[in-house]
Design a protein around this ligand. Structure first.
Ligand SMILES: [Zn+2]
Length: 113
């Protein structure tokens, strides 16, 4: 499953950051997930619960920040309303996805010795 490989990569990244900062433990992580990222937040949580045992994330709470999709015009920056035609009302350019396809590790709460 897609979510399992994402969680695997996420935990690897956190372990690397924790090592760099000589953290003793990780207490929480915040990940933003775009609604068009193809990631199912529920499945991500399940994958995380499975994976985190015996990793630095064992005691870390995963918080997911859902991000709604936003579109704008690549030409003039005009925001395109949700549910509207994906085209700029000013210059007719096809809209560009400005947010909503991301999977970002936003924050880690670490305990440093
Ligand atoms: Zn425009």
């Amino acid at each position: 499953m897609h979510e399992y490989s994402i969680v695997g990569a996420l935990i690897e990244r956190i372990e690397q950051l924790a090592r760099e900062r000589r953290a003793k433990a990780v207490h929480g992580i915040l990940v933003s997930i775009g609604e068009l990222s193809g990631v199912e937040p529920d499945l991500l949580v399940t994958a995380y619960e499975t994976f985190r045992e015996r990793t630095i994330c064992e005691g870390a709470k995963l918080t997911i920040l859902p991000v709604v999709a936003r579109w704008d015009c690549p030409e003039c920056g005009q925001a395109i309303a949700r549910g509207a035609v994906l085209e700029c009302p000013r210059c007719g350019r096809p809209a560009r996805l400005a947010a909503g396809d991301e999977i970002v590790l936003e924050r880690i709460e670490m305990e440093v010795a």
